[in-house]
Design a protein around this ligand. Structure first.
Ligand code: SF4
Length: 421
């Protein structure tokens, strides 16, 4: 029997496994895990945030992240010294080489080995230039790749600073390496660093441990973006209380929306162009934008339309139930299928078996676990069935997918009206 349509739940959007009902934000008793990049993604598109952070569907690897990460790792290695001497240039390049070789070009997100090799060579040139340009000024930093989680206003905010220098008396400079084409001024990222660093109790302890100074407070004097490709420094002075206050209101607004499970898509040319979730997104059914929605009906007609909708829906449910029953009877009579004719219609009946997947979250978890998500993102429900039935599927993955699948026998019935009927 065909299942009756369930009432759509609030905020549900059509998806691969039927309606995607917003997954509740995990009901942890603790604060909401938050960061600047999470906020930026939510502001770009709440649904994209949901796919990434709530459903935990992996994005495809991006070569520019892989490149930036390897440069960061090499610079972390360079500055991870408590006292001179610093690593030699060869050792720095070796650190880069080792990190670069941890993944294949495809795992890094390159389309061809040549593109990856070009970037690898570019990285070597960049690091050589960095080393030569800065070697005279090398001095052990206060902190390198400093990651901290600070609890504030019901949020657990994570910041990761590439490097922090202590100027004395609790005053610090935060250095952030940039490896992209250009450095865009991003004051809001600076505000996040400033707010969190100044609230972070561990920073005071670290100053005491490293320099033997007990400071009453930590104060960010500057944030410095270091653009590695051009060896240029972009310095920003600390923000005033008004700027930080305005920024924090924005943070709390985004956090409230996440806690209230508001994940409606906000399509934009730029955001959608680079979005890996197009195939799951209701705005991009089948990879193409849906036609523009018709304007809502005039407010004065809404009561009439509601009644009409209700009546049509009742009729449709009734017809669908009848159709399912007749189809079931045809299937039973036709057994393995065939061609049959009534007085007005003829029908081709074909027996088939279909997989059905009950638990969308569980299927996504299996796809993620076995790195099949790239295929799944570009596939429909039928495609998932192909993944399941593919010879190339590893046995453990097949076993886990089968735990979520139910095989159903059904019939495809194609009817045509007889000429003149
Ligand atoms: S395709 Fe566009 S609207 Fe859909 S989730 Fe991605 S960014 Fe949002």
């Amino acid at each position: 029997m065909k299942k009756k349509n369930k009432e759509a739940e609030p905020g549900a959007v059509p998806g691969l496994f039927g309606d995607i009902v917003p997954a509740p934000v995990p009901a942890k008793s603790g604060p909401l895990a938050f960061s600047y990049s999470k906020m930026s993604l939510y502001e770009e598109c709440p649904l994209k945030y949901k796919f990434k952070y709530i459903d935990k569907i992996k994005e495809e690897p991006k070569f520019y992240f892989a490149f930036g990460n390897s440069i960061h790792t090499a610079l972390e290695f360079l500055y991870s010294v408590k006292a001179p001497p610093f690593p030699s240039l060869e050792e720095l390049l070796e650190a880069f080489r080792q990190d670069w070789n941890l993944k294949s070009y495809l795992e890094k997100g390159y389309r061809t080995p040549q593109r990856a090799e070009d970037d690898y060579q570019k990285g070597l040139v960049m690091l050589r230039a960095y080393y030569e340009h800065n070697r005279a000024a090398f001095k052990p930093p206060f902190l390198v790749e400093y990651s901290t989680d600070v609890e504030v206003d019901g949020l657990l905010v994570r910041t990761i600073s590439d490097r922090i220098e202590h100027l004395g008396g609790g005053e610090i400079v935060i250095i952030d390496y940039k490896t992209g084409k250009d450095v865009k001024r991003q004051p809001s990222q600076l505000y996040m660093y400033q707010k969190i660093s100044e609230l972070d109790p561990r920073l005071k302890e670290k100053i005491a441990e490293t320099y033997g100074q007990r400071v009453g407070a930590v104060r960010v004097r500057q944030l410095l973006y270091y653009h590695v490709p051009t060896l240029k420094e972009y310095t920003f002075e600390r923000a005033d209380d008004k700027e930080i206050g305005g920024f924090w209101e924005r943070v709390l607004g985004v956090a409230d929306s996440i806690k209230s499970i508001k994940f409606d898509p906000t399509p934009g040319e730029q955001a959608c162009a680079w979005c890996d979730y197009k195939k799951l997104c209701p705005h991009f059914f089948g990879g193409h934008p849906q036609p523009a929605q018709r304007p809502p009906a005039a407010a004065e007609n809404i009561e009439v339309l509601v009644d009409r909708y209700g009546r049509l829906k009742e009729k449709m449910d009734e017809l669908q139930a009848q159709l399912a029953e007749v189809a079931e009877n045809i299937g039973r009579a036709a057994k393995d299928g065939g061609e049959y004719a009534g007085s007005s219609y003829s029908a081709k009946v074909k027996k088939n078996s279909k997989w059905e997947f009950r638990d969308r979250e569980a299927v996504i978890a299996v796809l993620n676990q076995f790195d099949l998500y790239q295929k799944a993102l570009s596939l429909t429900l039928t495609g998932i069935t192909h993944v399941l039935e593919s010879d190339a599927l590893p046995e453990p993955a097949r076993k886990k997918l089968l735990e979520q699948a139910v095989k159903k026998t059904g019939y495809d019935i194609k009817v045509t009206k007889k000429p003149g009927a």
